[in-house]
Design a protein around this ligand. Structure first.
Ligand SMILES: [Zn+2]
Length: 312
């Protein structure tokens, strides 16, 4: 039944449908202020069609070239970022700054490095990138097939030793700051002090619910968020979702972390069991409008409980 001809036709059609889907994908630069742009990827899950670009990235146009903030998960994704940059400037991408170590923050580094860009990241971010590179690549291979085969992990070398690095790129001042581990160990934010803009990476999620993973230390994430707030940014470019003000970031990330820690701590004080706590806290009307509430909220309570219990 499955003749070689049939197989060939099938592969051609499958390849064609994938190619047209990938070709249809485009990142549109959203201007935040002069020279600063957000690239807002989908807020749904990673798919073959979105090349795992289900995150928010961005770039800054300086007097001397462009600094990209986070390089996407694949060379194909990095190319989309580059095309988005070309929509607003002829300047080349000369620097890539990584805010984190999850696949879509840095696995596109190799694409830009091959074109001469310098990769910039903190040492503790690079350490986590190295720790998870193999498992993230394996998961992407399962999802993206041949797209993932082109990925070569490329790291900032040497990485920045400080946890609060200050540097100038062209005419623009940058700070790369670690306030504490958040979604992943070593998550950092990019702060533009002259423009009062922060690119938060995975520390801030808006529109969709953040995910406490096994390696996301909820107490540190909460403290890191509140430390970041003290920068008093005028604009927040989150790691997931659209650019916003600090108020919205607080409502949808900071308040939720506070809520999780406060409610779960109270349950532990009363010696409540895990299942009982998860059931009691499942209904949280304040956060119900966030995308993925149904799939993430119970898991977040669960992981918060286990982490806080272990600290007692
Ligand atoms: Zn992410």
């Amino acid at each position: 039944m499955t003749s070689p001809l049939f197989n060939t036709l099938f592969l051609l059609l499958a390849g064609w449908s994938w190619m047209t889907a990938a070709m249809a994908l485009e990142l549109k630069p959203q201007q935040v202020t002069e020279g600063v742009y957000a690239l807002v990827g989908e807020t749904g899950p990673r798919t073959r069609e979105n090349l795992a670009l289900n995150s928010t990235m961005g770039f800054v146009v300086t007097s001397d070239g462009v600094a990209v903030i986070d390089s996407g998960a694949t060379p194909g994704g990095a190319r989309l970022i580059e095309q988005a940059v070309k929509q607003v400037t002829d300047q080349p991408v000369r620097w890539v700054i990584n805010t984190g170590s999850q696949d879509h923050r840095w696995l596109g580094n190799g694409y830009f490095r091959a074109k001469g860009a310098k990769i910039i990241a903190l040492k503790r971010t690079v350490e986590t990138q190295k720790r998870f590179a193999e498992s993230h690549l394996a998961r992407l291979e399962g999802l993206l097939k041949e797209q993932a085969e082109e990925i070569t992990p490329v790291y900032a070398s040497p990485p920045l030793e400080s946890d609060h690095a200050r540097f100038r790129l062209g005419d623009t001042r940058f700070e790369l700051i670690w306030f504490g581990d958040a979604h992943f160990p070593g998550d950092a934010v990019v702060w533009l002090p002259e423009k009062k803009i922060v690119f938060t990476g995975d520390m801030v999620y808006v529109e969709r619910m953040l995910g406490i993973q096994e390696i996301s230390p909820v107490l540190q994430w909460q403290q890191a968020f509140h430390a970041m707030e003290r920068l008093d940014p005028e604009h927040v470019i989150p790691g997931h979702g659209s650019p916003c003000d600090l108020e919205k970031a607080r409502r949808e990330t900071g308040d939720y972390l506070d809520w999780l820690v406060t409610r779960v701590s109270a349950a532990l004080d009363e010696w409540k069991e895990l299942d009982e706590t998860v059931d009691e806290l499942t209904d949280a009307p304040r956060f119900k409008q966030l995308q993925h509430y149904d799939s993430w909220h119970r898991k977040n309570i669960n992981r918060t409980y286990l982490q806080l219990e272990a600290e007692r």
